[in-house]
Each structure stands twice: as C-alpha cells, then as structure tokens.
Design a protein around this ligand. Structure first.
Ligand SMILES: Cc1ncc(COP(=O)(O)O)c(C=O)c1O
Length: 392
C-alpha cells in the first residue's frame, strides 16, 4: 500500500451508522480494565467458567469433524431440546419449528427488530434499559422511545404511561423482564396490561425473557407465554449465556411463529450463515443436562444479592430495591448525581468497577449498575469497599 494522507474514514460511511452512540459503559470500562486489584462489577456476566460437561460436548463435536456449514435454523437436535425445555418450563405446545438458533440473544434481538421496526419507526422500550436495545434499533434505522418504570423503590410499570407513548410510528414494544439493569420482574398483571396495549394498537411485542429463570422467588418469572394466544404477535429473545455460564460461546435463540421460518432463515443466512455446530452441541447438553448447575447458580446468586443489598442498605447512603430477578443491583447513590464521575472515582478510590447509570437511559442517572454474579467472598469484599467509601 502506498503512503498517502489518511482519509477521514468515518466521514465516508453512512451518517446514520456513524451517529450510533457508543455505550456509556465502555468509556469507564476502558479506563479501569487494567487497574490492579479492582473488583469488576460492570459487565453482565458471572465469574464461573462454563461447566466441563458442556465444554466436552463441543470438543467431541470437533473431534467428530462437525466443522461444516449447517442448518440455518439450528441443528434439529438442539431445536428439539429447546422445544422440550420450553414446553417443560413455559407450557406445552411449543414445537421445535418455533425455535431459531442464533449467535447469542443479541443476534436474536437484531433479527426481531429487523422483522418489525424499520427506518423512521419506533419501538417502546422500558427504561432504565440495557443500552443494546436502543443500539439494535438504531442499527436498523429505528428509534427507541423510552417509557420510564417507576422506582417506588421497587420498580413498577404504569401501563397508562406505556400506552400514552404509542404514536402512529410505533411498531413494537420491547419488553425486558426480568430486566437489566433494574432487576424489575413484571407481574402477571403488568404483562397482561402490556399485551392488551399491543393488541389494541396492533403492535409487536419483542419479549426479552433471557433472565426468566434467574429469579429469587418462584421457579421462573411471569412470561408472555402464560397469557398469549396463537395469534398474538410476540417474538421471544433467549440465550444460553447467563443460565449456563456461556457468554463467550455466543449462542441463543429467537422464538417466533413457525410460519416466519423461511424469513428468519434468510436473515440468518445473510448475516451469520448459522451457528457453529460444536457450539450447538454444547448448547444441547446445557439445556438437557444443565438444571442442577442452574439451580446451584441461582442459590449462589441469591446469597450474593442478599450480601450486597443488605450491606449497602446498612450504609444509609443508597436507595435501592432488592432485585427480584437478573443479577444486577441498581442503587441510587445519595449525594452523587453524576454517575459517570462517580464510576470513575470508584475505580480510583474504592477499587470497584461499576457501570454508570446514565448509560441505561432515562431514570438511570444518579445510579450505578453492580453485577453481583461473583463469588460470595468477593461480594463481601466489594460491599465492604463500597460501604467504606460511602461512609467517608
Ligand atoms: C437483557 C439482555 N438481553 C439480551 C442479552 C444478550 O445476551 P447474549 O447476546 O450474550 O446472549 C443481554 C446480555 O447482557 C441482556 O442483558
């Protein structure tokens, strides 16, 4: 390549794509990632490695030579396993033809958005919200319209507020429960009210229920599966990432009416062309044999949630509700309204990596997201550091 002056590359690409915002977590993470002794609570994953029996299935698959292209929708064995799992936990009648294997929940979300919300159109998003919802919409030319949950301090949805945000451009409600970052778990009544709004206005629901099994009361969170009928326009985003400590494997699924199969297979073909077979073998084993691991993980999470919630509440310097699901605390830190500044200070002064609340949109500023999916001893130490810093 000959030497020439560097073009202004970003100026040469489509402005809409250039304008997509970077997640507010990244800047803080980049600043602190190499700090010695820091306890990282900013990322949405735990510290447990993928269980050996899951990893072994992928190794065996590679050894068998399963290194070729495969079904766009996923290998039949995995789709059958997902169908059996979903039918066992969410109700009968969820056949394999409803499930499409994707590169993580993120890819499932992207496909769901692509099918329902186009350029110039809107989706309602409960806020505070995982930044990737607005990101996925922006990447597809759509726009997130945030509907704030009420922090009372337990998080609750006011359905009237949700309905008031519907405009002629609204195409979908992006409904995440249990929620990242708030730990909000929608009640059955809130889900019913949301479905009623979607029906009244002809909207799609994109239900992100990836934390549905990570709840601290009951076997799972209320789901749209509990109330939907076959003609409701609902797409479900799911993932193996959190339940089975598989964030780096990049595998999840989209659940949709079977008749959308050819369309979804096209979208998979023209984006990733499918999920590696060894990864799908690992996922099949996780789903069929992973219940004991999941039960242990939830018990550990509950212990960590309690350590941190009780420890921080005792400082009198925070306002927080114990999360009902997922694995994040999202406290308001009294007297610190600038969450970006606070996150930077905690890195330097407390040895804690926290995600700044402003990154999660309306209702997030003044808060921190703290992921508690780590060993209980680490959570005790993190709580001690935070409490000491808050007491200064
Ligand atoms: C609410 C929510 N949905 C979807 C995902 C996507 O997970 P993955 O792409 O790792 O499967 C995440 C990950 O943090 C999440 O928090």
């Amino acid at each position: 390549m000959q030497n020439s002056s560097e073009p202004d590359w970003p100026a040469l690409i489509r402005p809409e794509i250039r304008a997509i915002e970077t997640s507010g977590i990244v800047e803080v993470f980049d600043y602190g990632r190499n700090k010695q002794g820091l306890i990282p609570l900013w990322v949405g994953e735990g510290d447990l490695p993928t269980p050996g029996f899951i990893a072994e299935a992928a190794k065996a698959s590679i050894d068998r030579g399963e290194t070729f292209y495969t079904y766009q929708a996923g290998v039949p064995e995995l789709r059958a396993a997902i169908s059996a799992y979903m039918s066992a936990h969410y109700g009968a009648g969820l056949g394999p033809e409803r499930f499409f294997v994707t590169i993580g929940g993120m890819h499932a979300l992207d496909i769901a958005v692509k099918m329902t919300v186009g350029p110039g159109e809107e989706a309602l998003v409960l806020a505070p919200a995982w930044p990737n919802f607005a990101g996925a919409l922006a990447c597809n030319g759509g726009r997130a319209v945030f509907v704030e949950l009420e922090a009372t301090p337990a998080w609750r949805l006011d359905p009237a507020r949700l309905e008031a945000a519907v405009t002629p451009r609204t195409r979908a409600i992006l409904f995440n429960s249990p929620a990242n970052p708030t730990g909000y778990v929608a009640s059955r009544a809130e889900i019913e009210a949301t479905l009623a709004i979607a029906r009244r206005h002809g909207l799609w629901i994109i239900a992100d229920e990836i934390y549905g099994r990570l709840v601290y009361g009951g076997a799972r969170a209320p789901s749209f599966h509990d109330i939907m009928t076959a003609d409701d326009k609902i797409l479900f985003v799911q993932t193996l990432s959190k339940n089975w400590a598989m964030t780096g494997w990049r595998i999840g699924w989209l659940e949709a009416p079977a008749a959308l199969g050819p369309v979804i297979e096209n979208l998979i073909q023209y984006s990733t062309s499918g999920v590696p077979v060894p990864t799908q073998r690992a996922a099949t084993v996780a789903i069929t044999q992973g219940e004991p691991f999941l039960a242990g993980a939830v018990a550990r999470l509950k212990q960590c949630r309690d350590i941190m919630t009780e420890g921080l509440a005792a400082t009198g310097r925070v306002e927080l509700a114990a999360p009902e699901g997922a694995f994040y605390l999202f406290p308001r830190i009294l007297g610190h309204d600038d969450s970006r500044e606070l996150a930077f200070r905690l890195i330097d002064e407390a040895g804690i990596g926290a995600a700044p609340g402003f990154a999660f949109g309306p209702g997030g500023e003044g808060r921190l997201r703290l992921c508690f999916a780590r060993a209980p001893e680490q959570m005790r130490e993190a709580t001690r550091r935070l409490s000491a810093w808050l007491a200064r």
